[in-house]
Design a protein around this ligand. Structure first.
Ligand code: DOR
Ligand code: ZN
Ligand code: ZN
Length: 358
């Protein structure tokens, strides 16, 4: 057994369903899933019920997180047509501003160019902007960020056209970063017949094998691996109207370690994409005395039944992976050890500047 010690991983893209849909996940269950996956810091998305677009809704998430989180976290504010004038004043309490430029789960959606531009112009330049921006939307947001002279982060890139756009933009010195989800690296539309169409609903959709190959071929363009952990119950996924999204917090590191094992990625690149780069891009403080220990050789099979996330399933059920999280130490304290959680609810800290001790 080879035990390897890595820094606590940072996942800049998770949906924890609190407030509003805690039957799927809440800050407790979601951050426990994170620890089990070797992740010690999560940035939570704002497409909750209600969506996090103002002081009152943000407070609901802050309170739930303060009470329940077992790993550190930040919370995004959602950009909407209703908060153009107020969003910037909330920036210090947030991990960043999230734009939904394409339809997905929940009501947040901006299709109006003037609204997009106004939001980007007003948001503080030193606070992150993350965008759900597929295809043409990716080009639109790159243009707007350029004109407003600021950096932008593109979420869950899934297609050849998008990763090549970002590659070429970076080559021209444009301040763009991006993330890719393990599901787009390890699954494609070729897996839909096997898994079933409802369970495969996700935005961006599972792409073609050619798109998938383009992501692997452009691994050096991908800044971060982010799960886009999007828990929905199996009863919902198997219904007539399946919501889009896959859980991912527990499977991301084992899948990426399997890629290391297979020689498709170096361990240094994994650490960069799952710790160093997200920390830099999202201006996150160091987590002192925080690390994870993994058995890099352990082979195990992912199963629905052992899922910690409240959603209780995984699209990777039956897949054998290499690499298992043994222990997680958060601020010098044992937080997780071989299946047992030691961190108490509320141990997690909000890492937004307004919540930092001065
Ligand atoms: O598949 C997705 N699910 N994509 C998103 O952008 C949102 C997410 C969710 O919240 O369920
Ligand atoms: Zn998204
Ligand atoms: Zn998402």
């Amino acid at each position: 057994m080879t035990t390897l010690r890595l820094p606590g991983l940072i996942d800049p893209h998770v949906h924890l369903r609190e407030p509003g849909a805690t039957h799927k996940e809440d800050f407790g269950s979601g951050t426990r899933a994170a620890l089990a996956g070797g992740i010690t810091m999560v940035l939570a998305m704002p497409n909750t019920q209600p969506p996090l677009i103002d002081d009152a809704s943000l407070k609901l998430a802050e309170l739930g997180a303060a009470e329940k989180a077992v790993c550190d976290y930040g919370i995004y504010l959602g950009a909407s047509g209703d908060n153009i004038e107020t969003a910037a004043s909330l920036a210090p309490r947030t991990a960043g501003l999230k734009f939904y430029l394409d339809a997905t789960f929940g009501p947040l959606l901006i299709k109006d160019l003037a609204t997009l531009r106004e939001h980007v112009a007003r948001w503080p330049k030193d606070r992150p902007i993350a965008c759900h921006a597929e295809q043409m939307s990716a080009a639109a947001v790159l243009t707007v960020a350029q004109l407003e002279n600021r950096a932008v982060h593109i979420c869950h890139v899934s297609r050849r056209s998008e990763i090549e756009l970002i590659r070429d933009a970076k080559m021209r010195g444009i301040a763009v970063t991006c993330e890719v989800g393990p599901h787009h690296l390890f699954l494609s539309e070729a897996d839909i017949p096997r898994l079933g169409s409802g369970r495969c609903e996700v935005r961006p959709r599972l792409a073609t094998p050619d798109d998938q190959a383009a992501l692997w071929a452009n691994m050096d363009v991908i800044d971060c691996i982010a799960t886009d952990h999007a828990p929905h119950l199996l009863s919902e996924k198997d219904s007539a109207n399946p919501p889009p999204g896959f859980p991912g917090l527990e499977t991301s590191l084992p899948l990426m370690l399997t890629a290391v094992h297979e020689g498709r990625l170096t361990l240094d690149a994994l650490i960069d994409k799952m710790h160093t780069a997200p920390k830099r891009i999202f201006n996150l403080p160091a987590q002192l005395d925080t690390w994870i220990e993994i058995d890099v050789d352990a082979a195990w099979t992912i199963r629905h039944e052992t899922t910690i996330s409240r959603c209780g399933w995984t699209p990777f059920d039956g897949k054998t992976v290499r690499g298992r999280v043994q222990r997680v130490t958060l601020r010098g304290e044992r937080a997780y050890d071989n299946g047992t959680f030691y961190a108490h609810p509320g141990t997690g800290r909000n890492l937004a500047p307004a919540h930092q001790p001065v």
